[in-house]
Ligand binder design. Sequence first.
Ligand code: PMP
Length: 384
Amino acid sequence: MTLYFDHAASTPVAPEVAAAMASVLADPALQANPAADHPPGRAALAVVDAAQAAVATLVGALAGEIVFTSGATESNNLAVLGAARWRRARGRHVITAATEHASVVAPCRQLEREGFEVTWLRPGPDGVIVPAQVAAVIRPDTVLVSLMQVNNEIGVVQDVAALGRLCRSADAWLHVDAVQAAGREIVDVRAAQVDLLSVSAHKIGGPKGVGALVLDESRVQRLDYLHHGGGQQRGLRPGTLPTHQLAGFGVAADLARAGLTTEAARLTALRDQLCAALTAVPGVRLNGQGARRAPHIVSVSVPGVEGESLRLALEGLAVSAGAACDAGHGEPSAVLRCLGHSGELARSTVRFSLGRGTTAAEVDAAVRLFAVGVAHARRLAPAA
Ligand code: PMP
């Protein structure tokens, strides 16, 4: 049996979520198009409304401020491209970080091709972008700042409220990728003065293929649309809404909110147990040391072993070699390179991520497998 330590890549669907989705799919009264103006349509719309309310409550927004998307990749694209293009008459400067998720980095590269100037911040050795770095580069023509709350590879937490204050005073819109923060950290768009925020259902026990972009209505009335079609969701993201997906997302959001305090505390204890045991293995280094870290991610690097042999030696563990989204192209992670890791050390990095089902016994078992795997990989590929 494989031990699942890859909750940052995707979480198992919670049983309550699966039940809610199945009941929407099976209910003859909920089969209509939620945009249709007749009683069955309105019954389907009630499912959408409930999901909007649940997601809004999770992030401190109003129900009408939730725009559903196909996932956070789309939310991030819509936020970055949609906001910058919409505000281009005001200015063409954007601030982000080299350590953002690919679904922020790639749209920012696209903006560069369109004539925007993008300032790429690099974190300090602890992996954190500090507000002073933004303050040093923000200017009157900065239209958008896009920085994540919790880094998906190493779990470090950024001070979103301080970024919010800074961006507000410069009238730059702040977009926050809160995919890894939702359900693990407090996410509150109003308190933190966030203008645009991305979340994804499958990172909080919901189904894959659905997410949301949250807009502060008092600040962001429009974006340059990515999709053109019918007028659903005020035209911001047209298309027939997937009622069963949204039912699942809504229940996942409710569960995440209800369990936030207890689950964050439980995961923090497990994370600390994992962290202490992993770093007790000789030579193993914790990434993001010194920074505040989210409760569910532990990233370690193992000097002196070859990445591929380490991966093979950890067969019984479902962990990530970095970000799952980057796993395909074999390049060392940009995040780890920014931390000063050599390409070799970046490749011998393992991310453990915990979630609802993780137990202390599993953490012990994972550490045992890891210690044996590291010893094996060291024998196979001794340090030069
Ligand atoms: N941002 C972050 C920080 C993520 O971890 C992920 C998922 N890897 C995404 C965005 C993309 O989310 P989705 O899978 O819903 O497209």
